[in-house]
Design a protein around this ligand. Structure first.
Ligand code: ATP
Ligand code: MG
Length: 559
């Protein structure tokens, strides 16, 4: 735990469990937590929930939190994923105590399995996976015991040793715990501890030919690391009996604290998917640009889109922790994002669909410096200067030749304020031969300059519109993103159907938008509000000319 970490308040049923254990005499100094990702993909916002939960407890109880890579499935894992996971946790602002790997415990796990064999609690089964599954049966009826269940200790030791040496092919045999083939809990029906895999592991190379299953590795890793509370998602609730059985049956002469597994509900969010495997499918099928595509619910995607870490943390705090699964509306994440960005973003004016505006009573060659606040929410963001001249650009949408009373933007004969500048009045339009408006002519009130304090500057007009100086602006590109899936619960579809379910309008590019010239100083680690348009972030993968829209200013999407 580190004082600069984000503070998370986790007052929930899991905290109650920890407090109860403390009340019953558990030494507070023994509290220890872990976040245990499998390095088989990039982290998503569901993992952020688990990160906030575990590191939040680290924070609350001043306890260490380990980062443990559950690297027991080398076929799908890689160093790239390990590095991305560390980068994402760092970016969220959390500091782990130790960086651990389940693979560091492979020797110990092997020795414990030999002990289980010696105690007649494990055996080598020479049947194939299909037969083993069939024999497991159904919860309401006892399963069938394997014909190899009563192999002698010495035969088991010999076979297991050969498995380790690579004398068998994958699928030829497995090591199973000998528990109870008639248990109503299917996970207790002689679960598999080891399977043979002849693949290169990203850390142990080809040293191991057998790899422990999740169930066999997880609780023992918790034990070795002296984790007091091992929090996982609800689907593991049915594994808990096995988690406890292993810890009771291994030789725990080390006398470490016996860890406690408890479960909470996964985070699901509407219109997106929340599984590394499925997100990986989108990447591999080329349906998105990569794991960090700004439409992805990955931490790296959200970061690239411009969602600040504190918005993710506030979101996790808001959704809380419960025992019931539900689907959180994406709009809540957007809400948390806006709330933070409003406070920290630099304001700039950007016109994405420009039309020229000429101020007929403004001097021809004059260029004036106007002062504008960078962030009206916070003085410390200071001011910037923008140039103003006779010829400007405004949004095509902000003008109508004729409009009804409800149109508060520019029209002929009516006044609006140009943001940070003067009040103008629409006078006439210049059209091309096809009747399209080429230019709007207006007049301005020289005494109405914003911030000048004059009575005219305080005059109220119905609308304010943004603009840029035609003679001094920068061209930028804007990436507009929308939700990745049209349907609310895309997790229900299988990967072969993803293609047809992706929202075809989820990515759009606006080229040649005109931005005020201060945009030249935009920085990759700052957040921007394009006034009246939304929040934007420089795209980290590109030059300084491409901005990603993080979220609109108000919730006018269909989330
Ligand atoms: P995925 O299916 O996306 O790979 P996982 O559960 O297999 O998810 P792990 O890398 O094993 O991913 O997860 C690390 C930790 O994060 C685990 O404790 C897991 O329970 C938790 N976690 C994963 N997904 C979610 C989620 N959607 N909500 C909350 N916690 C999650
Ligand atoms: Mg997993």
């Amino acid at each position: 735990m580190n004082n600069s970490e984000p503070h998370i308040s986790n007052e929930n049923f899991l905290e109650q469990i920890i407090n109860d254990d403390l009340d019953k005499g558990l030494d507070r100094a023994k509290l220890k937590f872990r976040f245990p990702p499998e390095p088989n993909g990039y982290l998503h916002i569901g993992h952020a929930k688990s990160i906030c939960l575990n590191f939040g407890f680290g924070n609350t109880f001043s306890s260490p939190v380990n980062l443990r890579f559950d690297d027991t499935n080398p076929e799908k894992e890689s160093i790239e994923y390990i590095n991305s996971i560390k980068e994402d946790i760092n970016w969220l602002g959390f500091k782990w105590e130790n960086e651990c790997f389940a693979s560091d415990y492979f020797n110990q796990l092997y020795e414990w399995s030999v002990d289980l064999i010696k105690n007649k609690k494990a055996y080598v089964d020479s049947q194939d996976q299909e037969t083993i599954s069939e024999q497991r049966g159904v919860p309401t009826q006892p399963g069938t015991e394997s014909p190899f269940r009563d192999r002698s200790v010495s035969e088991n030791i010999d076979l297991f040793h050969k498995m380790k040496l690579g004398d068998f092919k994958p699928g030829e045999c497995v090591l199973r715990a000998k528990i109870d083939m008639s248990s109503p809990n299917m996970h207790m029906r002689d679960p598999v501890l080891y399977r043979i895999m002849l693949v290169n592991h990203h850390r142990t190379s080809d040293k191991w030919k057998i790899y422990p299953t999740y169930d066999w590795a997880h609780g023992q890793s918790d034990y070795i690391e002296k984790i007091s509370h091992s929090f996982c998602t609800l689907e593991f609730e049915v594994h808990r009996e096995l988690y406890d059985w292993f810890l009771q049956n291994i030789n725990v002469s080390g006398g470490n604290l016996i860890p406690k597994q408890r479960e909470f509900a996964r985070l699901n969010i509407s219109n997106t998917i929340m599984s590394k495997r499925k997100l990986g499918d989108l990447v591999n099928l080329g349906l998105v640009e990569g794991w960090d595509d700004p439409r992805m619910p990955t931490i790296s995607g959200l970061r690239r889109r411009g969602v600040p870490p504190s918005a993710i943390i506030n979101f996790c705090e808001k959704i809380g922790v419960s025992k019931r699964e539900n689907v959180i509306n994406y709009a809540l994440l957007d809400f948390c994002t806006r709330e933070v960005l409003n406070k920290i973003s630099y304001r700039v004016m950007v016109v994405s669909d420009p039309i020229e505006l000429e101020i007929s009573n403004y001097e021809d060659m004059k260029s004036e410096m106007l002062k504008a606040e960078n962030n009206p929410e916070d003085d410390k963001y200071g001011n910037r200067e923008i140039t103003f001249s006779k010829n400007l650009f405004i949004e095509r949408d902000d003008f109508k030749e004729e409009a009804n009373r409800k149109f508060f933007r520019l029209t002929i004969g009516k006044e609006v304020r140009l943001k940070n500048a003067y009040i103008i009045k629409g006078e006439s339009v210049v059209k091309d031969s096809g009747g399209n408006i080429k230019k709007i002519i207006c007049t301005y009130d020289p005494k109405s300059k914003s911030g000048s304090g004059s009575p005219e500057s305080l005059r109220k007009v119905k609308g304010t519109i943004h603009w840029v100086d035609k003679n001094n602006h920068e061209k930028i590109s804007i990436n507009i993103y929308d939700k990745l899936f049209d349907i609310e619960t895309p997790d229900d579809i299988d990967s072969s159907e993803y293609k047809s379910q992706i929202n075809k309008n989820s990515f759009m590019v606006v080229k040649n938008a005109c931005a005020e010239s201060s945009i030249k100083n935009a920085e990759f680690d700052k957040y921007y509000q394009f006034q009246r348009k939304g929040y934007f972030k420089l795209d980290s993968k590109n030059s300084k000319k491409i901005f990603n829209r993080t979220v609109t200013l108000r919730d006018n999407t269909r989330y």
